[in-house]
Write a protein that binds this ligand. Sequence first.
Ligand SMILES: [Zn+2]
Length: 238
Amino acid sequence: MKGSAQQSVIQRRTIALVLFCVCVFVGAVILLSLKTGPMPAKLGRPRTDSVRAAPPTAKAREQPKVEALPVAPSDTIQAPEGTTTVTDADLNYLAARNLLIPVAGVPASRLRDTFTQARSEGRQHDAIDIMAPQETPVLATTDGLVLKLFQSDRGGVTLYELDPSGRYVYYYAHLMRYADGITEGKQLRRGDVIAYVGDTGNPGAGNFHLHFAISKLTSPHKWSGGDPINPYPLLVRQ
Ligand SMILES: [Zn+2]
């Protein structure tokens, strides 16, 4: 009886000692993981539970790397995007803008589709010519912004209007003169008088008409030279 009593005391002490050691070990591990955040992530990849248990610090440190990754690919994607041609989505957008025939008093029945006509030096017209008497008011085809007032040999007195989307430019050429108050940066409303029909540029004296073109910008910093879009089907819808 005495021996067995001693044995059970030893057993209890052993169990108590083991439990104490386990508690100390567990406590040490918990303290270590709290003080050194990233350690569990590095040490314990198989222990996914412990990694998930300490997410705030681990995530906070990983975030800059995650953000840095998409920047490089998007830069390389943007370059080819600028050279894409006109899509159905572009045409649908412009159709929804309900463009106004940009010369006062001209009905759709008087418009002629000359978009694909040949021009000098192998060029295509890429625009519509709207015949009208001299000094007929030229109207903003839609809301927008006066992007550029420009004089050129071919176009004469011209105006470039930027669509609110920032993706399309409306081009008015051979103008006699601009309307009063028209300056670069001015906001336009659909139907505003922006200029008057003339024959400046290359049409020849007395060939009064508005040369009207729409282009999709291929560079956000360039107002001319975008991909041409035929205005005719967009204007005759009315
Ligand atoms: Zn023309």
